[in-house]
Design a protein around this ligand. Structure first.
Ligand SMILES: [Zn+2]
Length: 491
């Protein structure tokens, strides 16, 4: 805790606001103060009452409507006697609340007087959690969403299906629960299993929690690769007919969805319709990454499909699948997002123009997609956005496959230097991704996420010099302590 009267608001806030002016004095936040809000700020008002344990009525803290401000913009004034947050939307008011909460956590509720004017540079500020390999509890996901929202993040990309487990409940497909959601744990000899479906109630509950914090929950259904769990349940959707199993090993598997199977297409169409009803997000992520074509080359149904379509290469068949799945997403009234492999093999059939491309294998996918007129979300594993990577290149550190140092994350830019000026407008923002092959507990996830996710939050809210945010590392560690988060404390 910083000693009373020794700190300034400008030294405590991450993301660093667009404008901040320190002023004399302090506002003491305590349970006897009252919080009022003008019309339109009901959701944030209710949250403010909950997080500070205060009552409604008086105007010690006031959320005040101001016309003409941007969607997420807010103006915060903390004086010795009152806190005023002005915004045009509940979302803007909520961002202001996040700033007050951080100051309160860091100062033992002695908030330094200041004026803040703030708004983001990028609309997509996200984090992805893989809940197939390690299935986190809804309670933990809520904790992450709440903390992410404190740092103005607004997208939770929920990776829900993969080789090692399917997590989305769908009516009419009972073997998803009994087979696709469970894997036999090969490390044990007594046939114990891991995993389950999330229930519809849990999914709706999590969305309500996230949306109150202005975080959109974006579901991902992997197609056509990373499908072992689905194929184990419904082997007729694979090229060979199986048998397949929900995997308990890590990697890329040759058995993928059969692109020649009309039954598979019917399943996907039904699945996407149901997912579109269950999730209020306007986006559905359709996967598209790491799909070998080995099985397709041997499969009579896939070969037939290629002949009918006049395709000469299995790469083109994947592009056909992408377009088919995008059609289903459109029909369900949503917009598709895909990993950057969706750009490959598209010479013949092209890609639906509204498909958003997530650039993960480096910035190249984002460069190419933006050149072709697609909107882009950046999460290059080469530039610090993969949080399953180690914090440091050391045997003592946990993590998988690579290294993403705090320094790398701090130097991350949503818009690579090499991107042409007109293409830059296609970049919606960025996100940090946490794959969970090597994660078995929530505490490990926290250690890998923090403080890297906080540094990334700065670069998607309002890019800053890396040195300036790296210098705020002690503040971030202190915030992690206040938030009961396990975090990395090294350089
Ligand atoms: Zn096939």
């Amino acid at each position: 805790m910083y000693t009373h009267h020794t700190y300034k608001a400008s030294e405590l806030l991450v993301p660093i606001p667009r404008f901040i002016e320190d002023r004399e004095g302090f506002f003491r936040l305590h349970p006897r103060i009252a919080i009022a809000a003008e019309k339109g700020f009901e959701t944030t008002h209710q949250l403010a009452l909950e997080v500070f344990g205060c009552k409604a009525g008086g105007e010690d803290i006031l959320f005040k409507f101001q016309a003409g401000m941007e969607q997420e913009a807010y103006i915060l004034t903390i004086s010795k006697v009152q806190i005023v947050i002005k915004a045009s939307t509940d979302e803007g008011a909520f961002r202001g609340l996040g700033t007050i909460r951080k100051l309160a956590l860091l100062t033992g509720n002695q908030l330094p007087c200041c004026k803040v004017e703030d708004s983001p540079d990028f609309v997509w500020r996200g984090f992805m959690i893989d809940c197939s390999r390690h299935q986190f509890s809804i309670a933990f996901l809520k904790k992450l969403i709440d903390i992410a929202s404190l740092f103005h993040l607004n997208r939770f990309h929920w990776h829900l299906t993969d080789d090692q487990g399917w997590r989305i409940p769908l009516d009419g497909w009972p073997k998803l629960a009994s087979i696709a959601a469970r894997r036999t744990e090969l490390q044990y000899t007594d046939n114990r299993t891991y995993g389950r479906l999330y229930s519809k109630e849990e999914i709706l509950d999590l969305q309500a929690y996230a949306h109150a914090r202005h975080v959109l929950v974006v579901p991902e259904i992997e197609t056509p690769g990373h499908a072992s769990a689905l194929l184990a349940a419904y082997p007729e959707f694979g090229c060979t007919g199986g048998p397949y199993e929900t995997q308990d090993r890590w990697g890329i598997f040759d058995d993928v969805m059969c692109a020649g199977s009309n039954e598979l297409l019917e399943f996907l169409s039904d699945a996407i319709t149901q997912i579109a009803e269950l999730f209020s997000s306007p986006y559905i992520h359709i996967g598209g990454d790491e799909c070998p074509h080995t099985a397709w080359q041997e499969c009579p149904r896939c070969q037939d499909r290629m002949r009918q379509l006049g395709l000469t290469d299995a790469r083109f068949l994947q592009s056909w699948m992408t377009s088919k799945v995008c059609e289903m997403v459109h029909k369900a009234g949503k917009r598709p997002i895909g990993w950057d492999e969706v750009l490959e093999g598209t010479e013949h059939l092209g890609l639906p123009k509204d498909l958003i491309v997530m650039s993960w294998r480096g910035p190249e996918g984002g460069l190419e997609a933006s050149k072709r007129g697609h909107q882009v979300i950046m999460c290059p594993n080469t530039a610090g956005c993969y949080f399953d990577y180690k914090h440091a290149d050391s045997e003592e550190e946990m993590g998988n496959l690579g290294v993403s140092t705090l320094n790398q994350v701090s130097h991350f830019s949503c818009v690579p230097d090499s991107m042409q000026e007109q293409a830059k407008e296609q970049v919606l923002g960025a996100q940090g991704n946490l794959w969970t092959e090597q994660i078995t507990t929530s505490r490990q996830a926290e250690y890998l996420l923090f403080p890297r996710l906080m540094l990334l939050a700065q670069q998607v809210w309002r890019p800053q010099e890396a040195e300036r945010i790296l210098a705020m590392r002690p503040i971030l560690v202190q915030l992690c302590e206040a938030l009961n988060l396990n975090c990395y404390r090294g350089e």
